[in-house]
Ligand binder design. Sequence first.
Ligand SMILES: [Ca+2]
Length: 207
Amino acid sequence: MTRRMRIARAAGAAIAMTAASAAVSAPAQAGVLTKSATGCGDPEITQAFKPWGDSSSYKQVDDFETGADGWTLSGGAKVIAGDASPKIGTGADSRSLSLPAGSVAVSPPVCVGLSEPTLRFFSKKSSGLLSTLSVWVDVQTSLNVWVTLPIGVDLGGGWHPTLPYAVIANLLPLLPPDQTAVRFRFAPLLGGSWQIDDVYVDPRARS
Ligand SMILES: [Ca+2]
């Protein structure tokens, strides 16, 4: 494990400890996500991160080439020119999601397996020496209560693949075949200006 990975994991654990006690809960809203979730049945799967030694099978959540349909953007988050295509995708790709300081981007509902799906994407930090990008997941517990849980943090740099972030949650099986819907939240911390692109999830439950 590299020093960078150790730092990222330590930072993630610290945030998890802080945030777990303050996890945002909301009244039961069973079915809100699952009614709007699509593509649970037979998603297109690729080994998108194979060049980085990750042979997991991912489905694409978004590459922002046609905007940010289904995303909830606030605080100035928007699709802009600039793409992670030097690293991934095709040369025709030209857009990514800009996350300025104070912004939050929430993904559309994404179908995942019940055990330990994984989120991975590309990020780039343009400014903010101390800024990190925090990633959260909205999940529904077995008690039908929505909670927002931290799943990882990125420390920045030029366009790079993030670590794979495991989504560990006690999810209620709501959709066939043994899947449920989650949403991912991306937000810069301590200021900074970020971009994300080519967001993928490995939807399979892992044993
Ligand atoms: Ca793109």
